[in-house]
Design a protein around this ligand. Structure first.
Ligand SMILES: C/C=C/C(=O)SCCNC(=O)CCNC(=O)[C@H](O)C(C)(C)COP(=O)(O)OP(=O)(O)OC[C@H]1O[C@@H](n2cnc3c(N)ncnc32)[C@H](O)[C@@H]1OP(=O)(O)O
Length: 265
């Protein structure tokens, strides 16, 4: 098993603090914009996290104090030509965001500044978002003659409703942290979003790991289907939790009035 801190990236840093991994996008000159190289590295980082069983939660953040991620790299976008190239880029970006969204552990975005375009799409692929008071969130692609292509049209509308999502996407405006909190686009606003994200991760990690993974799966699969089919998914996954040792431990600990010691089994 490769230790996460040992992997060398050009535009990312991956650190491990016990069960919590922190993935930082580090392209400060471009406000951490996602060029093709960085997208590839994001994929590799997600793979490395999946392969490391010691990691129970992931925090994603941006290097420096100005930006989480200011979008896809506009310099690279400007070189795109033709329907095919555009579609391929969108599919590649969607794949990366999907791999983040499908991680079987909690993923928290610590949004320390601008989260625009592909940057907000990365934050939307996370489970929970913590924003700094100066954070600015938006999907301004129409101002460049584009539409969001890394999942934003779908995930933003599912998270905040189509009315709010369309307002943000059609105006291209940047939403501040308090407004984002009010519409449920972020879960917490904190002066130090990374510290708050760690606290949230620690709170999540007190719970049963398999249950954490399955509750994510139930929500994700349920959002893509009818209520009836979603309820079936829930019942199936509930059944799986009842077959775990952690369920035995969790209920026994409750009844014995002690803290549960979950093993992820
Ligand atoms: C499928 C996905 C599509 C997309 O994601 S499309 C892109 C969506 N994102 C955006 O449209 C945001 C673009 N950036 C901005 O609007 C501004 O930046 C900010 C409002 C975030 C900040 O403005 P300010 O404080 O004036 O800083 P600055 O001088 O514009 O930026 C510092 C350096 O960062 C580069 N940069 C910023 N965002 C990007 C980007 N998305 N792609 C490539 N470079 C970017 C700039 O060019 C500049 O660089 P230099 O110092 O060399 O002039």
């Amino acid at each position: 098993m490769t230790m996460l801190d040992e992997i060398e990236f050009r535009n990312l840093q991956l650190d491990q603090h016990g069960p919590i991994a922190v993935l930082t996008v580090t392209r400060p000159k471009a406000l951490n914009a996602l060029n093709a190289d960085t997208l590839n590295e994001l994929s590799q980082a997600v793979e490395a996290v999946i392969e490391n069983p010691e990691v129970g939660a992931l925090i994603v953040t941006g290097g420096g104090d100005r930006a989480f991620v200011a979008g896809a790299d506009i310099q690279e976008l400007s070189q795109l030509d033709g329907v095919y190239a555009g579609r391929e880029l969108a599919l590649a970006g969607q794949d990366v965001m999907h791999s983040v969204a499908s991680l079987p552990i909690p993923v928290i975005a610590a949004i320390n500044g601008f989260a625009l375009g592909g940057g907000l799409e990365l934050a939307l692929a996370c489970d929970v978002r913590v924003a700094s008071p100066n954070a600015k969130l938006g999907l301004p692609e129409v101002s460049l003659g584009l539409i969001p292509g890394f999942g934003g049209t779908q995930r933003l509308a599912r998270l905040v409703g189509s009315g709010r999502a369309l307002d943000m996407m059609l105006t291209a405006r940047q939403v501040g942290a308090e407004e984002a909190l009010g519409m449920g686009l972020v879960n917490y606003v904190a002066d130090d979003p990374l510290t708050r994200a760690r606290e949230v991760a620690e709170q999540m990690l007190r719970n049963a790991p398999i249950a954490l993974s399955l509750v994510k799966e139930a929500v994700r699969r349920g959002l893509d289907t009818s209520l009836e089919a979603g309820l079936e998914v829930e019942a199936d996954l509930f059944g799986m939790t009842v077959a775990t040792q952690d369920f035995r431990e969790g209920t026994a600990a409750f009844l014995a009035k002690r803290r549960a010691a979950f093993q992820g089994e």
